[in-house]
Ligand binder design. Structure first.
Ligand code: F6P
Length: 319
C-alpha cells in the first residue's frame, strides 16, 4: 500500500485532531503518502483531496474540532454519490482509507470497503453510543465540559434555593448525563434508558428541602421531554422555582482531555498498521485498556448496554 487517505464525518468530537495527527505521522514514518479529505464524504464526492505532510498536523494535538472539517453527507447515501466517491479515490490511486465518526460514518466505511477500498473506522463521537467499544473518542472531554457546567450551576442554585435543569446531548444514549451526573454530584439524572418519573424527581427535591439542601441539579438527556416542560411540571408539583440551561454544542468543543488524546493517538497508529497488513472493513474499539477491532458490521449492529448499576449509584449518592 502506497497511499492512504483520512476523513472526519458526522458530528465533530474533541479528539479527532489527535487521531488525524497520529494517522498522518504514522504514514510518514512508514514511507506512505497520506491524503486529507475535506468535509467528510461530501468532500470525497467533490474530490476535495490534498496531500498532507508532517507539518500539516503540527500544533493540533490540543485542538478541539477537526482540521479536516466534517459533514453529514446526504449525497453519499445515494448510489451516484458512492460511485463519485469511489472514482475520486481511484483517480488518486488511494488504496486505504481511515474514517473517523459515529455509526452513520461507519456504515459509509462499510460501503467503500465492500467496493474494494481498504477501510478502517475509528469511533469519534461525544455520545458514547456504540456498544462494541467501552469508549468513543470525545466522550470524556464532553463529560468534563458538563461537569464544569454543573459546578457553576450549583453555585447559583444554592444562592437562590432553586432547582436547575441542565439539558445535555447524547442522542438516544444517556451516557453523558449518567457519567457527568455521577462525577458532578447531580441530584437527578434523566436518561432515555430509564423510564422518566416526574414524581421521583419532585420527591427528591422536596426531601432535600426538608433537610435544608438549597440546590438541586437535574441533568436531562436531550430528546426525552422539553426542559421547559420539565420546569413547568417541577414548579407545579414541587413548588420550587426552577431554571433551564441548554448546554448545546459547547459539549462538542474544547481541548481534548488526556484520555481522549491517549486513545486517539493509539487508534490512529493502529489504523495505519492494520492497513499496512492489508486488513479492511474493521472498526477499532477501546476495551480493557487496549485498542482492539471488530468487523464494521459487528460494530454498527452491537447493542449499547446501559450501565444501570452506575445509574443506581447516582441515585444512592444523591440523597
Ligand atoms: O452525535 C453527536 C451529537 O452532538 C448529538 O449528541 C446531537 O444530538 C447531535 O450530534 C447534534 O447534531 P448537529 O450538530 O447536527 O446539530
Amino acid at each position: 500500500m502506497k497511499k492512504i487517505a483520512i476523513l472526519t464525518s458526522g458530528g465533530d468530537s474533541p479528539g479527532m485532531n489527535p487521531v488525524i495527527r497520529a494517522v498522518v505521522r504514522t504514514c510518514i514514518y512508514h514511507g506512505i503518502k497520506i491524503y486529507g479529505i475535506r468535509f467528510g464524504y461530501d468532500g470525497l464526492i467533490k474530490g476535495d483531496i490534498f496531500e498532507m505532510n508532517v507539518s500539516s498536523v503540527a500544533d493540533i494535538i490540543q485542538k478541539g474540532g477537526t482540521i479536516l472539517g466534517s459533514a453529514r453527507s446526504k449525497e453519499f447515501l445515494t448510489i451516484e454519490g458512492q460511485e463519485k466517491a469511489l472514482k475520486n479515490l481511484q483517480d488518486f490511486e488511494i488504496e486505504g482509507l481511515v474514517v473517523l465518526g459515529g455509526d452513520g460514518t461507519f456504515r459509509g466505511a462499510n460501503v467503500l470497503s465492500r467496493r474494494g477500498i481498504k477501510t478502517i473506522a475509528i469511533p469519534c463521537t461525544i455520545d458514547n453510543d456504540m456498544g462494541y467499544t467501552d469508549y468513543t473518542i470525545g466522550f470524556f472531554t464532553s463529560v468534563n465540559t458538563v461537569i464544569e457546567a454543573i459546578s457553576k450551576l450549583r453555585d447559583t442554585s444554592s444562592s437562590h434555593g432553586r432547582a436547575n435543569i441542565l439539558e445535555v446531548m447524547g442522542r438516544k444514549c444517556g451516557d453523558i448525563a449518567l457519567n457527568s451526573g455521577l462525577a458532578g454530584g447531580a441530584e437527578s439524572i434523566i436518561v432515555p434508558e430509564v423510564e422518566f418519573d416526574i414524581n421521583k424527581v419532585c420527591n427528591k427535591i422536596i426531601c432535600g428541602r426538608k433537610r435544608g439542601k438549597l440546590h438541586h441539579i437535574i441533568v436531562l438527556t436531550e430528546g426525552i421531554l422539553s426542559p421547559y416542560e420539565l420546569k413547568r411540571q417541577i414548579q407545579e408539583k414541587a413548588k420550587i422555582d426552577t431554571r433551564v440551561t441548554v448546554l448545546g454544542h459547547i459539549q462538542r468543543g474544547g481541548t481534548p482531555s488526556s484520555i481522549d488524546r491517549i486513545i486517539a493517538s493509539q487508534m490512529g497508529s493502529v489504523a495505519v498498521k492494520l492497513l499496512l497488513q492489508d486488513k479492511t472493513d474493521l472498526a477499532l474499539s477501546f476495551k480493557n485498556n487496549q485498542v482492539e477491532y471488530v468487523p464494521i458490521e459487528e460494530a454498527v449492529s452491537s447493542k449499547k448496554i446501559f450501565n444501570k448499576s452506575m445509574y443506581d449509584i447516582v441515585d444512592e449518592l444523591s440523597i
